[in-house]
Every structure is written in C-alpha cells, then in structure tokens.
Design a protein around this ligand. Sequence first.
Ligand code: SF4
Ligand code: SF4
Length: 356
Amino acid sequence: MSYDNKSASNRDLTDTFFDFLAWVARALVWLGLGAFLVGLGFMMFYVFGPNLTDPGKIQQATNNILILSKVLDAGVLGLSVGLGYLYFGEETLGPLILVGSAALYFAPLALPSVAGTQSSAGTAALGAIQSAGVLGGVVGIIIVLLSVIVAVRERATLGAKKDTLKLGKDVKAEKTQNVLLGSCWQLPFCRKFVRDRCPIYHSKRTCWRELVGCMCEEEIIMNAMQNKPVAKNDLVAASAMIPRNHKLTDAQKRTRCKSCVIYNEHLRHKYRVTVPAIIGTYILLYLLLRSPLSTEFTGLITSTGRLIGSFTMTGSGHKVAAPPVWLPEILTAVIFVLALSYTLKIVEYLYFNLKI
Ligand code: SF4
Ligand code: SF4
C-alpha cells in the first residue's frame, strides 16, 4: 500500500472513530434527557404528592426514591457529558451546566413552600434533587477547566494561527532561532538572507516598534536583493538607514503589524509568559484567601437560604441548616477556577483579538 493510501485509510479510521463518539454522545444526551425527566418527574411527585403517614408506604416511597435518585443522577450525568462532548469549546456550555446544577442544588430551599406540607418522602426526594445538582456542577467545572486547558495549549502552540494566519500549504518557516520574547530578528520568520542586510537587525531594534520591517516594507527586501551596503557594528549608523514610510500613519502601520506573522509570533510569546504568571498569581491568592473566603461563603449560603425562604413564604423565622463543611470549600475552589478561566479568556482576547 502506498504512503498516500495508507494515510487516507488512517484518516478514514479516525473519522469513523470520531463519528462513533459523536453518535455515542448524541445517544447519551437523549437517554440522559429521558432519565432526567423521569427521575425529576417522580421526585416532583413525591415532593408535591400526598403527605404519607403510613410507615409501610413511607418505607416503600423511600426505597423508590433511592432507585429513582440513581435514574436522576444517570440522567444529569448523561446529559451533561453528552452535551459537553458535542459542544466542547462553546463559551456558554460550562456556565449553562453550572447554572442548571445550581438550580437543582437550591431546589430544596424553594420547593417546600410551593409544595406546602412536607412529608419525609418529599424531603428525601429534595435531597436526591440536590445531589443531582452537585453531580452536574462537578461535570460543569470539569468542562470549563478542560476547555480552558485546551484553549491555552492551542494558543501557546499556535498563537493567532489558530484562527486565521496560515503559512501557505507545504510552506514551512525557515528553521531558525525562536527566543522567548525576543526581537524580530530572534524569531523564526527572520530570514538570514534579509537579516544580514537589514538595518533593523544591525541597529538591534525591533521592527514592530519601528513600525517598519521586512514583511511590510519592500525597501528592506529590495535593498537585501540588491545587496546594498548596510552599516554593521554601528548601531547609530544602522538605525539611520531604517527606511521610513511617510505615506501611512502610525495607526495604519500598527494595523498592518496586527496581521503580520512576525508580530503575531511575538504575541504568542507574550501569551506563553503571561499564562503561567496568571496561574501562579491565582494559586498564591487561593492559598492566602481560601480560609477567609470559605467563612464568607458559609455565611452567604445561609443568608441565601434565608432569603429564598422568605421570598417563598417559608416564613421570616425559617431556620436554615448550616451548609456542610465541604460546600464553602468547594465553592471557593470553584470561584477561583472560574475566575482563572475567565481571566485567561480575557488575556486570550487581548492578545489574539485586539492584538495589543
Ligand atoms: S525586519 Fe525582518 S529581516 Fe529585519 S531583523 Fe526584523 S525580522 Fe529580520
Ligand atoms: S508589519 Fe510585520 S514586519 Fe512590518 S513592522 Fe509590523 S511586525 Fe514588523
């Protein structure tokens, strides 16, 4: 089998595999939706249904709720994992799953007042809805985290090329140096032939600061091709030889840089340095603020419960149980993860959309 045939058949196999995964994900979404509706429907029945007093019936209802809670959990899991696979990378997916999960989690605070008298079966059903909310929340956080990790990896490797910039087919950047945060002549797109005759290089300047370079000013290329002499070992004389284009404004020249491979490579370097710095800062902040924030969240959850209780007419004196110890801790971690994710998205926007 020739190399071309072999790689085509490998591609076919890969496509078939991913088609199969997409099919599984769609099946998960539909099965998950079904299980979710069945589970939630029955839980609602136990919340809003008759107030059971017969111990035998209460026992039977409790057993049913135990089984149905697994159906509900499976539904939430199938739905969120399936949607997570199918719409991975969509900005709104993670937050939507988190909001839906929060609605399930806080259901026990809102529903009892609507349902009126609460039976023990109803209370167990509300507990099951709340657990399903925690499960959905965990999947939502994992999706947000994964999408940020993938985006960071792609940006650190490809920079703006991820969106638009491409070298022509089969055209490769010359194998040269690539110094982190280096000047234009330390990046892979500086060609030796031009560099040797380039006043930017010999004056040790950087083209995007001078707003003139080999990708935008034909004079630099022409001089190189005509082998025009350039001042070497004399920074001042070399900088005086940098050609100046007075037909364009500085703003127009800056716009020109934004679509240039050289400047975009420089932005990619900035991104690669900024991301670890931001992650480090967040880790430090988390270590410093974890404990006080957890305490704040304990109070916040209790007052939210009280507020929902009073809005839903449970009564102003309604007593709200303190949240489990792990909840404020998890909430603090979640807030940090989300803040970190969105900070990274902002950085990505600044570097690769606004290109500053
Ligand atoms: S302007 Fe171009 S050729 Fe000159 S130093 Fe910069 S990258 Fe190299
Ligand atoms: S357009 Fe490119 S070559 Fe020209 S100054 Fe900007 S970054 Fe340098």
